[in-house]
Design a protein around this ligand. Structure first.
Ligand SMILES: [Zn+2]
Ligand SMILES: [Zn+2]
Length: 284
C-alpha cells in the first residue's frame, strides 16, 4: 500500500536506540516512503529517562522538536519522530503506564499527525537495594536480562559518570552492583527504558506507529487531507439504567488541519450507554 501524499518520498527518522527497527517497516509499507536516519543525530540532547538530561517541554512538543531538528539538519521535507513517557496511569494512579507518541511532520502539505498508544504493559520500576541478592531479586521481577537495568547511587543522581546504563548480563550486574555498594550502603536500581534495552516498550512504539498510520488514513470528508483526527472529547454518555448524562465521552470532535472542517462523531468509544457503576445518580 502507498499514500498519494507520501509515496516515493524520503522521510527522515529522528530516532535513536534502534526504534527504526519497529517504526520503519510499518511506515514504509503503509505509506510507500523511504526512511533514512540522519547522520550524527543525537536525540539524547532532548532529554533522557535517567534524568542526567531534563526534557525541554511536554511529550508532544519534544517529539515535534526532534522532527523539526531532523528536517533542518537534512533539508528534507518529511520527518518522523517519537517520544515516550512513563508514570502513573491517568485513570488508575496505582498502575504504571507507558505513553508513546509517533509524529509525522510534512512541510510540503503543512501537516503534523500524531499516533499515540497508552499501555499498562510496562516494566517501568525502580528500587533501593543494600545487597547483590536484593539487586538480583529486583532484576528477576522486571524481565532481566532481556530488559536492561540502570544502577546509580541515588534516585536523584545527575552526574552521568555515576550512572551505569544498559546492564544486560548477570556478570555485569554483579560487577556494577558490588562496585557501587562499596561506595555507598544503599544504591538505586531502575529499569532501562531506552527502546533497544526494553522489548516491552518496543511493542508499544510499534502500536503507536500503527495508530499513526490509522490517523493518516483517516481523511477529511471535505478536502480529503489525511489526519482527520479527534481534537476534543465531550462527556455526557447517558447511563444505561437512568439515562442521566455521565462523565464518559459521548462525542468526539474531529478537525481538519488543512481546511478547518469540523465534524462531531457520536459514541467514539463504540458504546452508546454507560455502565450504571459510572453514573453519578445510580452510583453516587
Ligand atoms: Zn479538510
Ligand atoms: Zn444512572
Amino acid at each position: 500500500m502507498t499514500h498519494t501524499f507520501f509515496a516515493n518520498r524520503v522521510g527522515v527518522l529522528a530516532t535513536m536506540h534502534r526504534k527504526e527497527k519497529v517504526i520503519a517497516p510499518i511506515l514504509e509499507q503503509a505509506l510507500g516512503i523511504k526512511l533514512q536516519l540522519p547522520e550524527n543525530f543525537n536525540t539524547d540532547r532532548f532529554g533522557t529517562f535517567t534524568r542526567d538530561r531534563d526534557r525541554p517541554g511536554d511529550q508532544r512538543s519534544t517529539a515535534r522538536l526532534k522532527a523539526e531538528n531532523a528536517l533542518e539538519l537534512t533539508g528534507e521535507s518529511l520527518a518522523i519522530a517519537s517520544e515516550g513517557s512513563f508514570g502513573p496511569h491517568p485513570g488508575f494512579p496505582m498502575i504504571a503506564c507507558n505513553c508513546e507518541l509517533v509524529v509525522l511532520v510534512d512541510r510540503v502539505h503543512n501537516l503534523e499527525i500524531f499516533g499515540q498508544e497508552i499501555s499498562i504493559e510496562t516494566n517501568y520500576s525502580h528500587t533501593t537495594v543494600r545487597s547483590v541478592e536484593e539487586a538480583q531479586i529486583f532484576a528477576q521481577t522486571i524481565g532481566f536480562p532481556e530488559h536492561g537495568l540502570v544502577v546509580m547511587p541515588h534516585a536523584s543522581t545527575k552526574n552521568p559518570n555515576e550512572i551505569v546504563k544498559g546492564i544486560v548480563s548477570e556478570a555485569q550486574l554483579l560487577t556494577v552492583v558490588t562496585e557501587a555498594l562499596r561506595r555507598s550502603p544503599t544504591i538505586h536500581l531502575e529499569t532501562d527504558m531506552r527502546a533497544l534495552y526494553n522489548p516491552t516498550r518496543m511493542n508499544v512504539i510499534a502500536k503507536a506507529t500503527t495508530n499513526l498510520v490509522n490517523a493518516i488514513q483517516s481523511t477529511c470528508p471535505n478536502c480529503a487531507y489525511p489526519g482527520f483526527e479527534p481534537v476534543e472529547y465531550q462527556p455526557g454518555l447517558p447511563c444505561a439504567l437512568c439515562h442521566f448524562p455521565t462523565d464518559l465521552t459521548r462525542v468526539a470532535i474531529h478537525h481538519c488541519q488543512h481546511c478547518g472542517f469540523r465534524q462531531e462523531k457520536l459514541f467514539p468509544d463504540g458504546i452508546e450507554a454507560a455502565d450504571p457503576a459510572q453514573c453519578p445518580y445510580c452510583n453516587p
